[in-house]
Design a protein around this ligand. Structure first.
Ligand SMILES: [Zn+2]
Length: 154
C-alpha cells in the first residue's frame, strides 16, 4: 500500500506550502483507492481556518492564535463539503489531507494524530526558511499509530 502522486500535483502542494509560509498550509487530496493503494488525481489547496485572529478582540488570545497557527491546521467544513461534491462529480473520493510544517520536520504532531482518521493519507511537507525541504506521507495503523506511507511519484 502507498500513495501515487504526480509531479504536477506535488508541485501544487509545494507551491501552496511555500506561498503560505511561515504559516501552516493545508489542503485536500481527491483520488481513487484500490487494492494496491491510493492514487491522487486532484489536489485542492485550502485556507488554514484555524481561528482568524481578526475575529478576536482579546489581544492575549490573538497572540496565542498567531503562535499556534504555525503548528495547527483546520480545514473549514465548507471546503471539505465542496471537495466532496467535486469528488462525486469526478467519481473520485477524498483520499487524504496534506499540510505543511514550517521550520519543522515532516513528522506528525500529537495534534495531527488526535484528529486523524484511519482511511486517509496525511502527507506532510517540511518547509525550512520558506523552501520545501522534505515530504513524508503518513497513515494510521490499526493501533492508531502513524506509520510512514510509501509515496510513488508518477
Ligand atoms: Zn502537523
Amino acid at each position: 500500500m502507498g500513495i501515487v502522486i504526480s509531479e504536477l500535483q506535488l508541485n501544487i502542494i509545494y507551491d501552496h506550502a511555500e506561498n503560505i509560509y511561515p504559516e501552516e498550509c493545508c489542503g485536500i487530496i481527491l483520488g481513487a483507492i484500490d487494492q494496491f493503494g491510493k492514487s491522487a488525481v486532484e489536489v485542492i489547496p485550502t485556507v488554514n481556518a484555524w481561528v482568524k485572529p481578526e475575529l478576536v478582540d482579546d489581544l492575549s488570545i490573538v497572540e496565542e492564535i498567531n503562535r499556534t497557527k504555525h503548528s495547527r491546521y483546520t480545514i473549514a467544513p465548507e471546503d471539505i463539503f465542496r471537495a466532496q461534491k467535486r469528488g462525486r462529480d469526478l467519481q473520485l473520493e477524498v483520499i487524504g489531507f496534506f499540510h505543511s510544517h514550517p521550520d519543522y520536520p515532516a513528522i506528525p504532531s500529537t495534534c495531527d494524530r488526535d484528529r486523524a482518521w484511519e482511511i486517509y493519507s496525511y502527507p506532510i511537507v517540511s518547509v525550512i526558511q520558506g523552501k520545501v525541504s522534505d515530504l513524508k506521507s503518513w497513515v494510521l495503523d490499526n493501533k492508531g499509530v502513524f506509520q510512514p506511507e510509501q509515496i510513488q511519484i508518477d
